[in-house]
Each structure stands twice: as structure tokens, then as C-alpha cells.
Design a protein around this ligand. Structure first.
Ligand code: 13P
Length: 254
């Protein structure tokens, strides 16, 4: 059975002082089958590590550069993230693809670098509003996943997470319908199955992201192929994130 993953992506929010305030106000009773993860800004990593170590809550990063070290001004290596205790690293969030023009190939190299360094990549994929309207959602997902397949000579034996985040649903308050998200998650699983085989495709966790809140989380994680959520805005509010996690736990107990 795939473990549920509830992941908060803080994006460019929270100084160290604000991180202290957040965790001072955040309470949760962890459920063994539901992972909770905070992907925080680089500057918050060590403080987050200090606060969360021994709690069972995981922390991770939002980006990485796909090289071990060297002349890459302003970038962060996988090894640096590993040393900071990151379990997961988000790769290819749509904000980076759109604002910083990261290509599918570059994102795929990040996924491989994270994987090779013993952390779990969270590959973000998803279509724009224009692509959705033009009926090109599947085509876009195929391109994004194909780039990953090209990086691996063999099917991966360790974990990779894929987050389906339709770009039009991010920060808009207009989530995808759970049924549509399930249809897309199933399609992604089929793409993986074709390339890497059924067994691998059944192990890979697929998340949904885009306007998740406590009042809609249940309808997403009860879908068969959706194994958790990647949460933006709601993950910055301690009470709201607490409620989201609680609702995910109720699903597991049903
Ligand atoms: P929102 O939950 O704010 O829509 O953001 C989703 C997201 O981009 C998570 O990575």
C-alpha cells in the first residue's frame, strides 16, 4: 500500500523568525501511515531541522542544482541538501518552469540528481490553462514524464513522487475536480507502467496540488490513484494545515 503524503510547499515565505512562530503554533498528532512534510526555503532548512528532528515530521527543499559542486553561483547542490537532513526535494515546480524557464530536460536532471543522492524527488507536472483548453493536457504530461524516463537506464528501485499540479489551479482557489485529477493521476500511472512496468508504477506515489484546503482534501485523497497532496497557501496557516492532516488521517482509518 502506498503511504499518504501531505506536503506543504512554503514557496518564498517565512523567515527564520516566522518559521519559529509557525511551529510554535502548529500541533499535530502523527499517524504512522501518513507522512507530513515541509518543503521550506533554503535559509529555513537548518532551523526546521532543529525544530523537527525527533518529531517524525519530514522536511525538504524546493529546488536543487543537478551537479555535485562547482562554479554555479547562487545554486545549491544535492549534497548540501542531504547534509541539511532533507528527505524530499521538489523538482520542476511550475513556478520555476514558468518564471525561471526551466526546461523539461533540466528538471529531469534535477530529479535524477536528487534520486542519486539518496533523497526522494517530488517531480511537479501539469498543464497551463491554455493547454487544458486546447485539449493538450495529456500531451504535456507525456512530455514532462518522458524527459524523466530518458534519465534512467533502468526503472527506479527507490522512491520517486510525482505531483500533478494543474497550473490554472495553483493559488486560484479553483481546484481541479477530484474526478478529473484522478483521471490524470491514472494516466500518469499508465505512462509509468508502459515505460517502467506495472510493479514500479504501482509503487510511485502521485499527489495532487492546486488550491487544496481542509474543505476539499478528503475528496482528493479518497481517489484511488491520488496518494496525497502538495499544498501551497494552506500550508502556511498552522490551524488549516492541522485540519488538512486530520482529514487525511480520517481517510486512512475508514
Ligand atoms: P496552492 O495550494 O496555494 O494552490 O499552491 C499549490 C502549489 O503550488 C504547491 O506546490
Amino acid at each position: 500500500m502506498r503511504r499518504t503524503l501531505i506536503a506543504a510547499n512554503w514557496k518564498m515565505n517565512h523567515t527564520v523568525a516566522e518559521t519559529n512562530v509557525f511551529f510554535g503554533n502548529f500541533t499535530v498528532s502523527l499517524h504512522t501511515d501518513i507522512e507530513l512534510l515541509f518543503c521550506v526555503p533554503f535559509t529555513d532548512l537548518y532551523q526546521t531541522k532543529h525544530i523537527l528532528k525527533d518529531t517524525g515530521i519530514k522536511w525538504g527543499a524546493q529546488n536543487v542544482f543537478p551537479a555535485p559542486k562547482g562554479a554555479y553561483t547562487g545554486e545549491i547542490s544535492p549534497y548540501m541538501l542531504k547534509e541539511a537532513g532533507c528527505t524530499y526535494v521538489i523538482c520542476g515546480h511550475s513556478e520555476r518552469r514558468q518564471i525561471l524557464k526551466e526546461s523539461d530536460e533540466f528538471v529531469a536532471k534535477k530529479v535524477k540528481a536528487v534520486y542519486d543522492n539518496g533523497m526522494i524527488p517530488i517531480l511537479c507536472v501539469g498543464e497551463t490553462e491554455a493547454e487544458r483548453k486546447a485539449g493538450k493536457t495529456k500531451e504535456r504530461l507525456q512530455e514532462e514524464t518522458q524527459a524523466i524516463f530518458l534519465q534512467f537506464e533502468e526503472p527506479p528501485t527507490k522512491e520517486i513522487v510525482i505531483a500533478y499540479e494543474p497550473i490554472w489551479a495553483i493559488g486560484t482557489g479553483e481546484a481541479s475536480s477530484p474526478e478529473k485529477a484522478e483521471e490524470v493521476a491514472l494516466y500518469i500511472r499508465e505512462l509509468i507502467s508502459t515505460e517502467w512496468g506495472k510493479e514500479t508504477s504501482q509503487k510511485i506515489r502521485i499527489l495532487y496540488g492546486g488550491s487544496i484546503q481542509s474543505n476539499n482534501i478528503s475528496s482528493f485523497i479518497t481517489q484511488k490513484n491520488i496518494d496525497g497532496c502538495l499544498i501551497g497557501g494552506a500550508g502556511l496557516k498552522p490551524n488549516e494545515l492541522h485540519k488538512i492532516y486530520q482529514k487525511a488521517s480520517i481517510k486512512e482509518e475508514e
